[in-house]
Each structure stands twice: as structure tokens, then as C-alpha cells.
Design a protein around this ligand. Structure first.
Ligand SMILES: Cc1cc2nc3c(=O)[nH]c(=O)nc-3n(C[C@H](O)[C@H](O)[C@H](O)COP(=O)(O)OP(=O)(O)OC[C@H]3O[C@@H](n4cnc5c(N)ncnc54)[C@H](O)[C@@H]3O)c2cc1C
Length: 453
């Protein structure tokens, strides 16, 4: 074992059995997909690093945020996932930088881990597009911590308003969701359901009907990748549930107690959800690799980083070339499949075989709009489904996605039908810091601002 520079070192090759060592950064869909495939090969051992000891199922974060699921329903222990894979070593750690030429990963505490191959699967982070006040006052929805913070804020504003009903007139029960993509639409629909189905029954002395969900997007449609018919359906379902939709207008500023829109109007609120976009995480820049759109790492069709032998980037952190000349979207299914494909190519490298280009099997796109309402475009001809049928398709595709990281999907399917038919889950205010906000100057209304009526 040759010690390397730094605090500790894992050798490239295990001296006793000659296994190849692969270092994977990130235990999301992409990282788990990659490690699952590598774990089936006795000639490979893997070190999987993540800042959390769990995999988080992001498509259901909004359900934690709106008290439909508990955090533990969508977080799976990485060690448990690989308990039957003796060649997989799971490590908890923040990766700070990478030396791609040496195929070495450096953690925040200075540990250096060197492999025969390095796979970057570090996902994304929210993009606030430099909107003043957004990173300080808006709540993103990208991680389990975000979802718990948002849940506490939502429950916290109801508690505050119940204690001091005068706050309602100051917009305390206004919820503003920024972004008309799947995250924004799903969150707005679920918030509206929470208000009308649950809060109205549980806050007896509060005028819950004063609560209002606003959905804001700069574009002119919701769920832009879907058809025009789907756009109409989504807008109709949300409006029927009381969501106020503001299209073609940007959020120009977020304050502790308000959102200002590009048309000069202001919405008073204590809860702004940011579903406005994603970008590459800081590690993509720290890796010293070629980067393109969104700050993501540019890879070749085989998912390897050109010019850096043995270095791969997969999932959200990578710009993965698509057949139409663009890049594949940041989706769980792309991430999972790219993980498996990168693993196959790493095994091909080891066996001296030719790498294969990544081929994405597109099963469709879909979004939940609220209880019992979903929209899906499935199959090669993008057959469009609405309502119950779309919900069933949504369930099937997400069960498949979950089965990529977890062996048993029955619990998920049971939950799905419960969700469709029954009442809400845990309303736990367990992040008091996130629930509490300092109104600052927003405690007094701004007389110059035109309020959204
Ligand atoms: C709210 C929301 C809803 C979504 N809904 C859907 C949907 O319905 N269908 C769909 O297909 N896709 C959906 N997506 C997209 C999908 O979740 C992502 O495309 C997918 O999670 C990307 O997988 P990944 O493995 O590349 O990254 P991630 O799943 O983000 O995993 C990255 C991992 O890397 C770890 N990590 C990052 N940086 C470091 C570091 N420096 N050190 C150590 N560890 C690190 C993180 O902790 C994380 O575990 C949704 C995304 C969001 C945010």
C-alpha cells in the first residue's frame, strides 16, 4: 500500500485480489445506478461518497414539504442499499475538490481517495438567477433538508396566524411559488390541497379561506414541455383549486415579507418557494473539468470526460449529448440510466472492450397537479394522459424509478393508492428556525407598492 499525500489514502488496487477501484461521488439516482451495476462485478470495488448517509428521492420532496409523506418515506440509507455488496464501501463526507489527472477525490477534511476511475454524480443546486433577496428569503426545494424546512415554514405561518389573526391581513397566509415547471406546479397544487382539505378542518378559529397560493413564472405556459392541451388542463385544474397563476412576469425581488414582481406589483407573503431552476453544484467548478451550459461538466456520448481518461460525469451534473444535438434533460430516469451506462463503460475499460454510447430509453414525462389530477405523456409517440389514468402512469414510472434504488416497491405502490384516496400524513413542525422569520422592514406595508388584489 503506497501512502499518498494528504491525511489518508485508499490505494488504487487492492494488493491481494487485484480489483479495480472506482470512486463514485454522489449517492443520488446516477451514483446509485452506477454503483449497483459495478457491485455485481467481483473484479471491482467501489468507494461511494456522499455528504448524506442516505439517498433522497427528489420527485417526492414536495410531498414531504406539504405534509403528505414523512422524510423517512423518501430517504433510504446508502449503507442499507449496499449491505449485500461487500465490494462497496459507503463513506459519509463532503467532497471539496478533485484532481482529475490523478483520479483523486479530496474531501473537506483533507482525506484523499484515489481510484482507477472516478465518477462524478454530484447532482444540481437551486439557481436563484441573481434575483435580489431570493437566496436569503426564498425556500428552495432540492433536498430533504429543504423539504423539512418548507414544511415547518408552512405549518409555522398557520400557527402564527392562529395566534395573531391580524397577520392574515398582512398576507401571512399568502404562499408564493416561483417557477411553472414540474416542481412549482406540483408544489402549488399540493399546497392548495393542504389548505382546502386539511387546514380548513383543523384551524377552527382561523379564516383559512383567506389563504392564497400564487404561482409565478416568467414564461407564458405552465409545464412548458407538455402540449398546449396539457397547458390548458393544468391551468384549469390549478385555478379550480384556487391557485392564482401569474404568467409572463418575473420575480424581481424577494423580501422577508414580500415578493415584488416585474410589473411593479407586490405580494405580501411569509413563504416563498423557489422552484425557479437548477444549476451545477460548486464541485463541478472545483473539479477543473471542461464545463458548458448551466456550469455542468461536458461529457462525450460514452459519458467520459474528454481528455481525462477514467473520469466520468453522470446525471444532473453532466451535459450528456442527446441524439438531436442538444443535451438530455435533468431527470431522475436520465440520471439512473446514465449511471448504469457509465458502469458498463468502466467495466469495458477494464476488460479492454470498446465503450458504448449512452442510449436513453425515454418512458415519458409526467407531473402531479394535486390529489387525483396528473398529466403524462408516455411512449415514443408521446401519448397524452390526464386524470386517474395519468396518475396510474405516474405511479408506474415512479415505482420503476424507485426500484432502481430500492428493491421493494410495494410500499410505494401502497402509498400511491392511499395518497389517491385518503387523508394527509405527518404535519410535524420540526424545524423551528425555518418556521420563524424576521419581517424586518416588511412588518409595515410599503405604501408605494401596488399590491396584487
Ligand atoms: C423537487 C424535484 C422534483 C423532481 N421530480 C422529478 C420527477 O418527477 N421525475 C424525474 O424523472 N425527475 C425529477 N426530478 C429530477 C431528478 O430528481 C434529478 O434529475 C435526479 O435526482 C438527478 O440525479 P443525480 O444522481 O444526478 O443527482 P442527485 O439526485 O441530486 O444526487 C446527487 C448526490 O450527490 C451528493 N453530493 C452533491 N455534492 C456533493 C459533495 N460535494 N460531496 C458529497 N456528496 C455530494 C448529494 O448529497 C446527492 O446525494 C426532480 C427534481 C427535484 C429537485
Amino acid at each position: 500500500m503506497t501512502p499518498a499525500h494528504g491525511k489518508s489514502n485508499i490505494p488504487r488496487m487492492s494488493p491481494d485480489n487485484g480489483q479495480r477501484h472506482v470512486v463514485v461521488v454522489g449517492g443520488g439516482f446516477a451514483g446509485v445506478g452506477c454503483v449497483r451495476r459495478l457491485a455485481r462485478d467481483d473484479h471491482v470495488r467501489v468507494t461511494l461518497l456522499d455528504r448524506h448517509n442516505y439517498h433522497q428521492f427528489q420527485p417526492l420532496l414536495y410531498q414531504v414539504a406539504t405534509s403528505q409523506l414523512a422524510p423517512s418515506d423518501i430517504a433510504f440509507s446508502l449503507r442499507k442499499l449496499f449491505r449485500d455488496a461487500p465490494g462497496v464501501d459507503v463513506r459519509l463526507g463532503e467532497v471539496a475538490s478533485i484532481d482529475p489527472a490523478a483520479k483523486t477525490v479530496v474531501t473537506a477534511d483533507g482525506t484523499r481517495i484515489t481510484g482507477d476511475a472516478v465518477v462524478l454524480a454530484a447532482g444540481s443546486q437551486p439557481n436563484f438567477f441573481r434575483t435580489p433577496g431570493a437566496s436569503e428569503h426564498a425556500l428552495p426545494l432540492y433536498s430533504l433538508d429543504d423539504a423539512r424546512a418548507l414544511r415547518s415554514r408552512v405549518l409555522g405561518v398557520f400557527e402564527d396566524a392562529a395566534r395573531d389573526p391580524a397577520l392574515v391581513d398582512q398576507g401571512a397566509l399568502n404562499f408564493v411559488v416561483v417557477g411553472g415547471g414540474p416542481t412549482g406546479v406540483e408544489t402549488a397544487g399540493a399546497l392548495a390541497d393542504l389548505i382546502h382539505e386539511t387546514m380548513s378542518a383543523e384551524y377552527h378559529d382561523l379564516v383559512v379561506s383567506a389563504a392564497q397560493v400564487h404561482l409565478v413564472d416568467l414564461g407564458h405556459t405552465l409545464l412548458a414541455p407538455f402540449s398546449d392541451r396539457a397547458h390548458d388542463y393544468v391551468a384549469k385544474v390549478l385555478s379550480r383549486r384556487g391557485v392564482r397563476i401569474h404568467l409572463g412576469v418575473a420575480v424581481s425581488e424577494v423580501g422577508p415579507g414580500h415578493v415584488r414582481l416585474g410589473d411593479g406589483s407586490t405580494i405580501r407573503t411569509r413563504c416563498v418557494v423557489w422552484g425557479g431552476g437548477i444549476m451545477a453544484p460548486p464541485l463541478a467548478a472545483a473539479a477543473g473539468l471542461p464545463r458548458g451550459r448551466g456550469g455542468r461538466i461536458d461529457v462525450g456520448p460514452d459519458l467520459a470526460v474528454p481528455g481525462f481518461e477514467g473520469v466520468y460525469a453522470i446525471g444532473d451534473v453532466a451535459n450528456i449529448p442527446a441524439p438531436d444535438g442538444g443535451t438530455h434533460p435533468q431527470l431522475g430516469s436520465v440520471a439512473l440510466q446514465s449511471g448504469t451506462s457509465a458502469a458498463e463503460n468502466i467495466l469495458a475499460d477494464a476488460a479492454g472492450r470498446q465503450r458504448k454510447p449512452f442510449h436513453y430509453h425515454d418512458k415519458g414525462i409526467m407531473a402531479m397537479i394535486g390529489r387525483g389530477a396528473a398529466i403524462a405523456e408516455v411512449g415514443p409517440h408521446r401519448h397524452e394522459l390526464h386524470g386517474v389514468v395519468a396518475f396510474s402512469a405516474w405511479l408506474g414510472v415512479h415505482a420503476m424509478l424507485m426500484s432502481g434504488v430500492r428493491n421493494r416497491v410495494d410500499a410505494f405502490i401502497t402509498w400511491g393508492w392511499d395518497y389517491f384516496t385518503k387523508a394527509r400524513g405527518p404535519q410535524v413542525l420540526d424545524e423551528p428556525d425555518a418556521a420563524r422569520i424576521d419581517w424586518g422592514d416588511d412588518a409595515a406595508p410599503d405604501p408605494a407598492a401596488a399590491a396584487v388584489p
